[in-house]
Design a protein around this ligand. Structure first.
Ligand code: HEC
Length: 194
């Protein structure tokens, strides 16, 4: 798997080198990642400076604060029970439409993880790739649980998601390591308050 990915990437790089001689950066961008079978492996093997910098719209801090946190909250906001000034209530989706939104949030986050693998963002360290793969797998699990309207599985995926986000922060951005969910912050509970 690893080997074939490497050969695939080597072939692609050879192609990219050919494109470069025509002096058109768009050819590099158009490398058709979506159609590329070993997408993840391909990305891992492309040197970190291979994409032109204008491909990346936002710095990491902005991506995290505005895109990943926002996306994670699309899942976490539907989870657990809280007791606040409005009284005790469940946060779980209550009808088909809300479960659909929760499912969409999971699928959105799963796809979003790919932006962390783009050359220029990715850190060449196996812990980075693993954290990305974990976030993606858990986001897909959350989507599946929402599709099945399975509160417990959905809630558990939310907790695992927080841990997966944190595993990357602990390794690469310890200054950002803090709970990102209501549950982790102790504000929401898995079961109704007694
Ligand atoms: C593969 C690594 C990685 C993963 C996975 C990851 N992050 Fe981050 N995150 C970072 C890095 C690096 C920073 C530090 C950015 C900086 O300060 O420049 C960060 C910072 C943050 C911050 C602080 C931003 C600020 O304003 O300082 C938040 C919030 C955040 N991440 C949320 C999340 C959430 C939510 C998830 C999971 C859904 C997640 N992150 C997954 C790498 C990751």
């Amino acid at each position: 798997m690893r080997t074939s990915g490497f050969i695939g990437a080597a072939l692609l790089l050879a192609t990219l080198a050919g494109c470069k001689s025509q002096g058109d950066a768009n050819d590099i961008r158009g490398a058709d990642y979506a159609a590329e079978e070993g997408n993840l492996t391909f990305m891992e093997d492309v040197p970190a400076d291979q994409l032109p910098p204008d491909t990346l719209a936002l710095p990491m801090k902005e991506i995290m604060a505005h895109v990943f946190q926002f996306s994670g909250e699309g899942i976490w906001k539907w989870q657990g029970y809280i007791n606040d000034e409005k009284g005790e209530r469940s946060l779980f989706p209550k009808n088909d439409e809300e479960w659909e939104q929760a499912e969409s949030a999971g699928l959105t986050l799963a796809e979003l993880t790919n932006v962390l693998l783009l050359p220029g963002r990715r850190v060449d360290d196996p812990r980075w790739a693993k954290a990305v793969a974990d976030v993606r797998a858990i986001a897909l699990r959350a989507a599946k649980a929402a599709e099945n309207k399975d509160e417990e599985a959905f809630f558990n995926a939310g907790g695992e998601l927080d841990t997966a986000c944190e595993s990357c922060h602990l390794a690469f951005a310890p200054w950002s390591a803090k709970p990102h969910t209501l549950q982790a912050a102790g504000k929401a509970m898995p079961a109704p308050p007694k």
